[in-house]
Write a protein that binds this ligand. Structure first.
Ligand code: R5P
Length: 299
């Protein structure tokens, strides 16, 4: 088995390779002076099972192209069962035409990955189940919920109400509430697509004096998390934990979250977060065991 890594999340890739007891396979990824990407596989892979790890994190266009070129080079070398492990599947937010004339970007990304030569995708916690419909190749979704459960159960206070942040996250939040055996409440959230502003309109349950936990897939600008916390604090929540499986943390999201009513933000390392983006309320749990186990089963 060969395990290659793109440049987006080397710490996670190295940990997975270490757990598997192998070294990352050799590849050179560099750029021409105009920024064009060039990859060069430095291994014999003909007939060998190959995996490529790459998150589509910042800058997503660049990391997507790297991933496609890696797949394409492996296909030319006649590698077998070329699988992309994409811990954070960027572009998945664009899974439908929100406004007439917009591209459904994940549809194109799916085609690019297939054309590049990937025969299977492994991803962690997808933005929506609709995403799967755009892929003709199998897409295996791994959930971070059991990992989160372990962390939460270590806490003294663990009698929460799960809060579903929006309609799109209903299924995900319901599943989390079921696993934890906690009640659930639903928020009614609206986003203005022109400026990204988030407005929380309503909640369907009394939360005064309660500990609440919001389970979301992504924290990008932090607007959803901060506005949700403002709303829940006004409604009298005693303690607020926000789970965002993938932390994009663009712009000054970290500062906004640190200064918000949220007591703790829990995320995973599907995206490699630089020290500058981290903040004291943030707890990062690793998906390394989750992905390693899946790779072991597939290798
Ligand atoms: C929305 O559908 C997603 O599940 C997240 O709530 C959203 O993408 C988070 O983005 P932001 O942090 O920019 O509000």
């Amino acid at each position: 088995m060969h395990l290659f890594a793109g440049n987006s999340n080397l710490p996670l890739s190295l940990r997975i390779a270490g757990k598997l007891g192998i070294k990352l396979s050799k590849v050179e990824i560099n750029r021409f002076s105009d920024g064009e990407c060039r990859v060069w596989i430095r291994e014999e892979v003909k007939g060998e099972k190959t995996f490529v790890i790459q998150s589509l994190s910042f800058p997503p266009d660049q990391y997507l192209m790297e991933l496609c070129l890696l797949g394409s080079a492996l296909k030319r070398l006649e590698a077998k069962n070329i699988t992309a492990i994409i811990p954070w599947l960027g572009y998945s937010k664009q899974d439908r035409e929100f406004r007439k004339g917009e591209a459904v970007s994940i549809e194109l990304v799916a085609k690019l990955l297939e054309t590049a030569g990937f025969e299977k995708i492994i991803a962690v916690e997808l933005h929506s189940q609709t995403v799967k419909e755009y892929f003709k190749i199998p897409i295996i979704e791994l959930s971070a919920k059991e990992l989160v459960k372990k962390i939460i159960l270590q806490k003294k206070e663990n009698d929460f109400i799960v809060i579903s942040p929006d309609l799109g996250g209903k299924g995900r939040s319901c599943e989390f509430a079921r696993i934890m055996q906690w009640p659930i409440a639903y928020l009614n959230k609206k986003r203005d697509y022109s400026d990204g502003k988030v407005i929380i309109l309503d909640i369907d349950r009394e939360i005064k004096g309660r500990e609440v936990i919001i389970y979301d897939d992504i924290i990008n600008t932090g607007a959803t998390a901060v506005e949700t916390a403002n709303f829940l604090q006004k409604k009298g929540a005693k303690r607020i934990i926000f789970i965002g499986v993938h932390s994009v943390l663009s712009g000054n999201a970290g500062i906004l979250l640190q200064n918000s009513f949220i007591d703790e933000v829990i995320t995973t390392d599907t995206i490699d977060l630089s020290k500058e983006k981290q903040f004291s309320k943030l707890k990062i749990i690793s998906v390394d065991d989750l992905l390693t186990e899946k790779l072991r089963n597939l290798s």
